[in-house]
Design a protein around this ligand. Structure first.
Ligand code: HXC
Length: 285
């Protein structure tokens, strides 16, 4: 679907790009022609990630910046450095996140703040610095926010700080898509369902039983593969999607549809038995 040129002449910053889904997206962007900047808090992880990203395409330029997205001044400095190193910056992916499972009554203000600072304030800091750069330079650009399937309608038990923060990021996506359209800045989101990563799974999937239960909730009966998310991110960041803005695309194997009123029926018995019952109901009309 994509070529080595799909994202050529674009430099893209991926926050939290040193591991997990951030790294997967960075590799996807690199393979399709982009120059890559990643940031995070741990230099060793970023250094290793950069080497892996460069292997995706011969001649790919990839650099890392040890920056905490919670620090607005540091983020502003990072954007300046990226522009100076690469010459320009065309894309931002707000991927850096923090999350953990906790009964909400046991949260400390510090725990709530830690997640909100990374997810909501971090996304704002990067978006604000990047947006101002684009506006001053009269440049068009694209922002992609990684949210969650529980950001839009349901929220989620046991991840209250994350649910509140991601809902805020989704609101930011739509608000800015409208406000910054006049500058030619597109703002979209991806809401990934379950894409196992070490960072998320060690914090969010307490044991094997939950893992098994989790799989049952997904109509397609499997977890997402990282390259599937990367493919969607490439599309939204590319010039193949110039008319898409303010959109949140869910990629979850159908997990969000679980609430459909009669969806539980196929869990009660085999399809064969169900069909026999339906046939009996039909004949008894
Ligand atoms: C309760 C906790 C906690 C836990 C930390 N805290 N972990 N409270 N349960 N498991 C509290 C601490 O007690 C402290 O509160 C406050 O949070 C800050 O903790 P620190 O460790 O000092 O903070 P920091 O080093 O900044 O770490 C931030 C973090 C951490 C969010 C707590 O988990 C982190 O760095 N995560 C980054 C990576 C990550 O989370 N990846 C998963 C994202 S997955 P006090 O009161 O003592 O100050 C995701 C996708 C969701 O978001 C969708 C999945 C399907």
């Amino acid at each position: 679907m994509y070529t080595e040129d799909t994202l050529s002449e674009k430099t893209i910053l991926i926050t939290g790009g040193g591991s997990g889904l951030g790294l997967a997206m960075a590799k996807g962007f690199a393979a399709t022609g982009a120059s890559i900047a990643i940031c995070g808090r741990t230099e060793k992880k970023l250094h290793k990630a950069c080497s892996e990203i460069k292997q995706e395409r011969e001649g790919c330029v990839a650099k890392y910046y040890v920056t905490d997205v919670r620090d607005h001044d540091a983020v502003k400095g990072m954007i300046d450095s990226i522009v100076s190193d690469f010459g320009s910056l065309e894309g931002l992916v707000n991927n850096a996140a923090g999350n953990f499972l906790s009964a909400s009554e046991d949260l400390t203000p510090g725990g709530f703040k830690a997640v909100v600072d990374i997810v909501l304030h971090g996304s704002f800091n990067c978006t604000h610095a990047f947006g101002n750069y684009l506006i001053k330079q009269k440049k068009e650009g694209s922002i992609l926010n990684i949210v969650t399937t529980y950001a839009e309608n349901t929220g989620s038990a046991f991840v209250l700080p994350s649910a509140c923060s991601k809902a805020g990021v989704l609101a930011m996506t739509k608000s800015l898509a409208y406000e910054w359209a006049e500058y030619g800045i597109r703002v979209n989101a991806i809401a990934p369902g379950p894409f196992p990563t070490k960072g998320a799974w060690t914090r969010l999937v307490p044991d094997k039983m939950v893992d098994k239960f989790y799989l049952k909730k997904i109509p397609l009966k499997r977890y997402g593969e990282h390259r599937e998310l990367a493919n969607l991110a490439v599309f939204l960041m590319s010039d193949l999607a110039p008319y898409i803005t303010g959109e949140s695309v869910t990629i979850d194997g159908g997990e969000r549809l679980k609430a459909g009123q009669f969806n539980f029926i196929n869990e009660l018995m085999s399809r064969k038995k169900l069909k026999a019952i339906f046939a009996k109901m039909k004949s008894g009309r």
